[in-house]
Design a protein around this ligand. Structure first.
Ligand code: KG4
Ligand code: ZN
Length: 347
């Protein structure tokens, strides 16, 4: 593979994410001083799965194959560039659905080879974290809370690229809980935006929810108890809007409270909050009311997208990381953390 040109001037990085049910292609400009700008962010969100109530892996792969050319064309158009202008290509190699990942990974590798530019395999969760680099420079140390449909992970980041797992969900992911509660309350799919919207009309004090893992000294999360309580309240006749508002308040409280405790324990002042649930307005407001410096991804960068993968690659390039070998495969399970709090955390 060719070396990345060290000539002065900006470099354009293409990022691809096909880890689940969104076909995402983004283009990021890496400026000479290390600053980044998202030049394009195009996402095709697959709707074919709605009728099944969950993502069908084989259908997701097929749809990525059908859509990726078109989404790439849209991204190039949005950025006002051609393929020949690209200086590097990045794609998610994991974690995710292997068949779905393979589409974007092989596409990215092929593109990099055809254009004779370096290829970078990115970690999906690192992509979510670096989505926030669109808004502010991410300089370690900081804490990172990734809250999406598939993940609820709290990392301490003592130095760039080093992740220490402080806590994670013991059952459902935060976004998954939003989706399930929305479904049982008949509010539609995806559940996050539906709950958020219904909550504006409901009373957050109408349904009392118990705080999950109350009294724990660690930093884990649990959402299955809230989900069961929501189901019981629904059966007892709670109005959907009240249920949405009450559930949202309980979910937001546990996320914020645990993260604030973790930040105190690790001695961090900055927290990156990313992933689909980071789009939630109530969550943003609650974090805004803490004394922490909280950085969220910019508009359109919370849920899965390709620009975040290009942003993670931009950070890797800035850090002088070598391009990935073209033999790099797709992996369903790929832990990001190098260790578990507190043992592996440098003081
Ligand atoms: O990051 P993402 O696109 O996918 C994964 O990597 O899993 O996150 C999707 C999740 C869904 O569960 C969706 O309901 C949730 O993010 N979500 C929200 C909001 N927008 C999306 N949850 C709460 N409030 C929102 N406004
Ligand atoms: Zn994701």
């Amino acid at each position: 593979m060719t070396e990345l040109s060290l000539a002065s001037g900006s470099r354009l990085i293409l990022g691809i994410d096909t880890s689940c049910d969104d076909t995402g292609v983004g283009i990021v400009e890496l400026k000479p001083g290390g600053g980044v700008q998202v030049r394009a962010n195009r996402v095709w969100s697959q709707t074919v799965h709605a009728q099944y109530g969950g993502v069908m892996p084989e259908l997701a792969s097929r749809e990525h194959v059908e859509r990726i050319d078109g989404i790439l064309g849209e991204a190039l158009g949005e950025a006002g560039v051609t393929l020949r202008d690209l200086d590097a290509v990045a794609a998610t190699s994991g974690p995710g659905l292997v068949g779905a990942l393979l589409v974007g990974l092989m596409y990215g590798k092929g593109l990099a080879q055809a254009l004779d530019v370096p290829f970078f395999a990115s970690h999906h969760l690192e992509g979510h974290i670096y989505a926030a680099a669109s808004e502010a420079e991410l300089s370690a140390p900081y804490l990172a809370l990734v809250v999406s449909g598939g993940h609820t992970h709290l990392f301490d980041v003592p130095q760039a690229g080093h992740y220490v797992l402080m806590g994670a969900t013991r059952d459902d992911a935060a976004g998954e809980a939003f989706d399930k509660v929305a479904r049982l309350a008949g509010l539609g799919y995806p559940g996050g935006p539906a709950i958020s919207e219904a909550a504006t009309r409901g009373d957050p004090g109408a349904v009392p929810f118990k705080e999950p893992l109350k009294g724990q000294t660690g930093f884990d999360f649990s959402f299955s108890g809230l989900k069961t309580a929501a189901l019981l309240a629904h059966r007892a006749g709670a109005a959907p809007d009240d249920l949405a508002a009450s559930f949202q308040r309980a979910a937001v409280q546990t996320l914020v409270k645990t993260t604030v405790r973790a930040a105190q324990a690790a001695g961090r002042q900055t927290v990156v909050v990313s992933g689909g649930v980071a789009a939630n307005r109530a969550l943003r407001e609650a974090f805004g009311a803490t004394s922490l410096r909280v950085v969220f991804p910019g508009q359109g960068l919370n849920t899965d997208n390709g620009a975040m993968i290009a942003l993670a690659a931009a950070a890797a390039i800035e850090a002088g990381r070598a391009p990935s070998p073209l033999g790099e495969g797709a992996v369903a399970y790929a832990p990001l953390a190098h260790g578990q709090w507190p043992a592996a955390s440098p003081k």
